[in-house]
Design a protein around this ligand. Structure first.
Ligand code: FNR
Length: 374
């Protein structure tokens, strides 16, 4: 369908499902075990309701903000997700150009399918900010080289991912190559079962497992954060933090931000939805929000989801799959379209909530509701 018929981020997901290869859909959409945390990431937003304020001036409504000091047209960034070229030949560059046109910031995955230099070159202007998502190699020297490479290329912040030291169990992703083989063999007499047992161990890891095979399982607060700080003066954000306790440690460690995230439900099944972790942090340790910027990602698909996070003190939110889906189906125009949809939803929501700028979104405007029978 033409882009003009795409009304919501859910539409983009449906269209991507149709156009993506079986393997790409399995890799992009899958999550750990029963995929319950992934489903719940989105559903958790439906347990939070608004207390809107009325009779306020909202004709001039500005949804822009800054993230680590960099301007963003809406409080949304692209969370780094691997292998954009599985969905479209131009891959990550679609997101770079789309983000530039839409005025938002892209976080580039360590496992991008274009080189970090090619992505930097895809920028439409030399001052377009780019964030880098770091998977730390277990060899400090190799990890350091990777960081130095992106610093030299002009990347503007490092998001250290800490929730994926081993790959989550994504069975749809692991199964995809076998299913492909079975389809190709349909009608033949070959014993598929026999072939399957000959698959080597790498295949059983799925795409995800192969990508993080060299990661450092022994990262610690004491060693890894000072190590990264000694290499770069760029802002450091910890991505994949999931508890109030660790948020407090992050503030003590002096990092610039934390991204509360369960990796889109792809890692530890039964991790709490990110909005619930944010809710707890806001309630238990509001002081943390004064010491660093707090972001969330996972299951954010509507402008109201973004507004709920901002009311609870998030500076911005990240989206992963929607950007992969959009660039797969429509290239860079799809990326621009998603931001356009979110922008309209955010501005409409702010006006109906009685907020004309993001600073006016406050905790008093939201409430977590436990449905009780009367
Ligand atoms: C990811 N994510 C991810 N995170 C990261 O730190 N490094 C990576 O390379 C990847 N790769 C990746 C691939 C794919 C296909 C997905 C779906 C996700 C996690 C990503 O940054 C983000 O946390 C989630 O995607 C957010 O959830 P939603 O928006 O996809 O629901």
């Amino acid at each position: 369908p033409p882009l003009s018929r795409v009304l919501s981020l859910w539409d983009i997901e449906d269209i991507a499902h149709e156009v993506l290869s079986h393997k790409a859909w399995a890799y992009y959409s899958s999550a750990a075990d029963e995929e319950l945390t992934n489903d719940e990431n989105a559903r958790a937003f439906s347990r939070i309701f608004f207390h809107p304020r009325v009779l306020r001036e909202v004709s001039n409504c500005d949804p822009s903000t800054t993230i680590l000091g960099f301007k963003s047209s809406i409080p949304v960034f692209v969370s780094g997700a691997a292998l954009a070229r599985l969905g479209h030949p131009l891959g990550e560059a679609n997101i770079t150009r789309g983000a530039s046109r839409a005025g938002i910031i892209q976080m580039v995955s360590s496992n991008a399918s274009l080189s970090y230099a090619q992505i930097a070159e895809a920028r439409l202007t030399p001052d377009q900010p780019l964030f880098f998502q770091l998977y730390k190699h277990r060899d400090d020297k190799i990890a350091e080289q990777r960081v130095r490479e992106v610093i030299a290329l002009g990347y503007n912040a490092i998001f250290l991912t800490v929730d994926a030291i081993v790959a989550g169990n994504r069975e749809r992703d692991v199964r995809a190559p076998f299913e492909l083989e079975e389809q190709e063999r349909e009608g033949s007499e070959d014993d598929v079962q026999g072939d399957r047992s000959e698959k080597n161990e790498a295949d059983l890891l799925g795409t995800a497992g192969a990508l993080v095979a060299n990661d450092d399982l022994d990262m610690t607060w004491e060693r890894t954060i000072p190590w990264l700080r000694s290499i770069t003066k760029l802002p450091i954000v910890i991505k994949g933090l999931q508890s109030v306790e660790d948020a407090v440690l992050a503030a003590e460690a002096g990092v610039d931000g934390i991204l509360l995230s369960n990796h889109g439900g792809r890692q530890l099944e039964y991790s709490l939805p990110c909005i619930d972790v944010l809710y707890r942090l806001r309630k238990q340790r509001p002081d943390v929000f004064d010491k660093l910027e707090v972001y969330i990602d996972g299951g954010i698909r509507r402008g109201t989801d973004v507004l709920k996070a901002l009311c609870l003190g998030a500076k911005a939110v990240g989206l992963g799959r929607p950007f992969l889906y959009a660039q797969s189906a429509y290239g860079e125009d799809g990326v621009v379209k998603i931001v356009d949809i979110l922008q309209r939803e955010i501005v409409r929501g702010m006006r109906l909530l009685g907020a004309s700028k993001v600073q006016e979104l406050v905790p008093e405007m939201v409430e977590q509701v436990n449905w009780q029978p009367l």
